[in-house]
Design a protein around this ligand. Structure first.
Ligand SMILES: [Fe+2]
Length: 320
């Protein structure tokens, strides 16, 4: 292993593998980000986007949830519940609808609590309503965009992550952008991630029904039309049932613009994902970096240096 040429590793393969960790923080089934990426890249192909845009989109789709862990403890405290269950359920809820939102809150507050505890929590979440939601999305989007920047990904990728939860009708978060003021890549990512959840759980027809239902409110109508047109695309249908979506999607990176996972890029990825891990709880703030510093210090005393020391630091950063 020591002599494996790291230059032969594609950045897309490492990122698609790590995207499974983001699926966990978001409470989604393994492969959610990878399948979202497949859907988004098929839409991009139909739109005939430039290679540069598709490259930025590719990493945006895989890393859209980089900031997800950062609001985990707030969600957990707000709902008095497992943040992953609350987040999973949110993905299938039309939270712009008052009735759907109320049902969502009722389902997710204090699942183990008494009726009285549930009622109290229901009121506090409902009163916090939109401003609490905006704050949660803001934390997640800022964090995600900043980690993408620290990985030296294109600024378009960071911007796309920043505006992931904006809605076509201006009722999304955090800025309430509307229509074409929302970056195109964010509009594609927002549609693709929701389509993936419904498609994977209930099939392509359910995904189309949801997209049409939210066309013009959540989603850009032109993109919805395009996706509905794609429903019979055999290649996409085959991709969606791939046994190893992470591996399959890694090959969908735009040709000619493939990023290489050189040593410095791998260091940045390890650092970036250590921040994802540590953000999960206030108790683990900078924990991974501390473990890495201590490990490196001990190994240095033991005489370890060069590539081995560098790999040890990465392993320590990713131990969680
Ligand atoms: Fe640890």
């Amino acid at each position: 292993m020591e002599n494996t040429a790291v230059e032969s590793v594609r950045f897309s393969e490492v990122v698609s593998a790590l995207s499974y960790a983001l699926d966990i923080t978001e409470g989604q089934p393994a492969g959610h980000a990878a399948r979202t990426c497949m859907i988004g890249m098929h839409i991009a192909r139909e739109l005939d986007l430039s290679s540069e845009l598709r490259s930025a989109l590719f990493y945006g789709l895989l890393l859209k949830d980089l900031g997800c862990s950062s609001n985990a403890s707030k969600v957990c405290t707000l709902f008095g519940a497992d943040d992953r269950a609350a987040k999973r359920d949110l993905k299938t809820t039309d939270w712009c609808s008052t009735v759907d939102s109320a049902c969502y809150i009722a389902r997710n507050v204090r699942p183990e609590g008494s009726l009285m505890q549930k009622a109290r929590r229901f009121v506090s979440v409902a009163v916090g309503g939109q401003s609490a939601a905006r704050e949660l999305v803001q934390i997640r989007c800022d964090r995600g965009a900043n980690i993408a920047r620290s990985l030296l990904l294109p600024e378009l990728t960071a911007e796309a992550i920043q505006s992931l939860d904006e809605h076509w009708d201006g009722r999304g978060h955090p800025q309430g952008l509307a229509g074409e003021a929302i970056p195109l890549l964010s509009r594609i990512m927002g549609l693709a991630q929701t389509v993936e959840v419904f498609w994977h759980r209930d099939g392509v027809n359910a995904a189309c029904e949801m997209a049409l239902d939210r066309s013009g409110t959540w989603f850009d109508p032109e993109l919805v039309e395009l996706f509905v047109h794609l429903r019979n695309n055999r290649e996409l249908a085959a991709d969606m049932v791939s046994a190893d979506p992470g591996q399959a999607v890694a090959a969908m990176e735009p040709i000619g613009l493939e990023l290489r996972a050189d040593e410095a890029a791998l260091d940045r990825l390890a650092m970036g994902f250590s921040e994802v891990v540590d953000a999960k709880s206030p108790w683990t703030f900078q924990h991974s970096r501390g473990v890495a510093d201590l490990s490196e210090g001990i190994a240095g005393v033991l005489g370890m240096d060069g590539r081995r020391l560098r790999r040890l630091r990465r392993a320590a950063l990713l131990h969680g």
